[in-house]
Write a protein of this length. Structure first.
Length: 196
């Protein structure tokens, strides 16, 4: 019978990696909170055009807000995935990559729109990529269901709040997403520190 034990060095390396990924998660969450709060303000209190050339300053701000939001989404997904040490399985891995590719496409499309001062429509790419961020987050959440890194209720609402509070932002939902991201950060921080 072979027994596997963790050496103090391996445990120390894991703890250091966890600390690094936790800092990345916290930074991504902070960027996400600021972005969605600005997004919510712009949706609720400013005038923007629905399509075509930008006419108002809020058109630029609304579109540009998606750039840090896309980066935050990538950072959050990767950090949550890494902090689970593989317990989210293939679903988690596939979810992270689907989410990352969709957010990268959204980033490029939004950056191009800001650069030319008009809402660029690349066929159905905006709608498709937004839907894929939901799919990617849902796959990561499904893989995370048993990991114990966050409570199941948080894992369950994450995909819906993400898509309705970010790139398909409606009404006050970005504010709800901001609150969710803060609670997620506190919860995951406590969970990671308790296992050290």
């Amino acid at each position: 019978m072979t027994t596997t034990t963790s050496s103090p060095t391996a445990f120390g390396a894991t703890a250091m990696a966890d600390a690094t990924w936790l800092r990345r998660l916290q930074g991504s969450l902070a960027l996400g909170v600021v972005s969605v709060l600005l997004l919510g303000y712009l949706i609720l209190f400013t005038t923007t055009v629905d399509a075509g050339d930008f006419r108002y300053p809020a058109d630029y701000w609304l579109t540009a807000t998606g750039l840090p939001l896309a980066l935050a989404g990538i950072g959050i997904a990767f950090a949550i995935h890494r902090l689970q040490h593989g317990s989210d399985g293939r679903l988690g891995t596939i979810g992270v990559w689907v989410n990352t590719l969709a957010l990268a496409e959204l980033f490029v499309q939004l950056a191009a729109s800001v650069a030319v001062g008009a809402e660029l429509r690349w066929g159905p790419m905006y709608i498709l990529s937004t839907a894929l961020t939901f799919v990617g987050t849902a796959l990561l959440a499904a893989g995370s269901w048993r990991s114990g890194l966050a409570p199941r209720w948080m894992i369950g609402v994450w995909p819906v709040l993400w898509v309705l509070g970010s790139f398909a932002g409606v009404g006050p939902v970005p504010g709800l997403l901001a609150v969710f991201l803060v609670v997620l950060g506190v919860t995951v921080t406590r969970s990671v520190r308790s296992r050290s």
